[in-house]
Ligand binder design. Sequence first.
Ligand code: MN
Length: 132
Amino acid sequence: MERPILIIEDNEQNLYLFSFILRKHGYEVICAREGREGIELAHRNVPRLILLDIQLPVMDGFTVAEELKKDPLLKDVAVVAITSYAMAGDRERILSAGCSAYLEKPINPETFMAQIECFLKGDRHGQNTHRG
Ligand code: MN
């Protein structure tokens, strides 16, 4: 059975949009609305990809990414940050926290799936493209 994609996102509209697009393309999706729950779901399911909102309540996405990367089960799982405020310093912080790449909100529904499929393939060119 294919492993799911995990979305950690506290905004219901974004969560709905991301999961709708992914499910429409045949992916199984699991969701968490805050970081601790996301870390637990990741450990239990070893998702094929993790989409991680940076602005989360209680534990921010930088901290969540660092925690995810400490889990030996998750060392090969790509974490893609989703952020609405990727200023220069944030980009570096996102990547140094262990994320492979980031997408900026609002996402473009037309290109979202192509970007996700690049991340799923571990496509370096795609990742570099979306690093901005
Ligand atoms: Mn948020």
